[in-house]
Design a protein around this ligand. Sequence first.
Ligand SMILES: Nc1ncnc2c1ncn2[C@@H]1O[C@H](COP(=O)(O)OP(=O)(O)O)[C@@H](O)[C@H]1O
Ligand SMILES: [Mg+2]
Length: 313
Amino acid sequence: MTAIEILGLEKTYSVGFWRKKPKCALKPLHLRVEEGEIFGFLGPNGAGKTTTLKLLMGLVFPTAGSARILGMEVDDPRMKAQIGFLPEQPYFYDYLTARELLNYYGQLSGVASKERAHKIDEVLQRVGLPEVGGVQLRKFSKGMLQRVGIAQAILHDPKLVFFDEPMSGLDPMGRREVRDLMEQLKQEGKTVFFSTHILSDAEALCDRVAIIHKGELRGVGAVADLTSSVHGKVEIVWQGTTVPSSLRALGAECHVTGDTVRAVLSEANQDSAIEALRRERLRLISVIPVRTSLEDYFVQKLQPSEAVAGVRS
Ligand SMILES: Nc1ncnc2c1ncn2[C@@H]1O[C@H](COP(=O)(O)OP(=O)(O)O)[C@@H](O)[C@H]1O
Ligand SMILES: [Mg+2]
C-alpha cells in the first residue's frame, strides 16, 4: 500500500509588513512513498523540506494540492493516531523530566495508562537515555533533547514516522545510533520519511530519496540507481607509493595517500594496468568500477535546470 501520496501540494507564504509579497516555499509537488520504505527527503537549507512536512502534518495549509497518508486525508484523526512526528526544532517545557514529558505525550496519543510506564521505559532504552528519565529537560544537551523528541514520536508505536532533520545536533556516535534506530523501525515494518541535508546519512540508510531545491523536486529514485557507475572507468588501488611509468602512459590519474596509490583509468586499459603492477611486483588491493556518489548527483541536481539538461537527462 502507498504510505504517503502527495498530489500537487504547493505552498506560498505571504511575507512583508502588509503580508502582500508572495514567497513560494513549495512548487506543486507530486511524490509517492510506499509502505515499509525508508525515504530520504534531501535538500539544502531553505529548500522547502520543513514546509512539506508541516503541510503533511496539517500544521500549515496548502495553497493548492492535497495529500493522503495511509490512505486517509491529512486532517483525519484516525490517521494521526498511526503516525509519529519529530519537528525540526522541538520545544519542550524545560522543567518537566523526560519521563513526565513522555507521559504527557503518551496521554495525548492515547497510550493506555497501565501500559504507559512500561512503554516509556522501553522507549527511553531505545533512544539511549535509560538512566535520565527522572532528570529535568533543562539539564539535557541538544543531542539528548533530540533523542527525547524521537522517543516522543515513536512512543505510541506508529505505523509511519516523520522525522525533520533527526541527526541535527548529534555527534557521530549519536548519528549512528539514530540510523540504527531507523533501520530497526523499518525491520518492524514501519515506514520512515525523514528530511536531511547530511547526504552520507541518507546514502547509508535510504531505500529511495527525493532531492528538492528552491521548492522544486529535482530528482527521485533508489540510491543505487542515482549513484550509477560512471561509464567505462575503474579505480585500481595498490600498496606502496610507486607509480609505474607504463601506468601513466595508459592515461591513469594517480593519487598517492599514505602507503597506497589509487589510479582512475579507462576500463579498456584495466588488464594492461594490472599486468604493469604485476611486473613491478606491486600488491594489488582492489579494482572497482567508479560510481558517482550521492553527493555528485545532489550537486548536479542543484544546478540550474538548463545546465543539467546537457549533462544528464
Ligand atoms: N512561515 C514562513 N513565512 C514565510 N516564509 C517561510 C516560512 N516558513 C518558511 N519560509 C520560507 O520558505 C522556504 C523554505 O523553507 P523551509 O521549508 O523551512 O526549508 P528547509 O526545511 O528545506 O530548510 C525558505 O525560503 C523559507 O525562508
Ligand atoms: Mg527545515
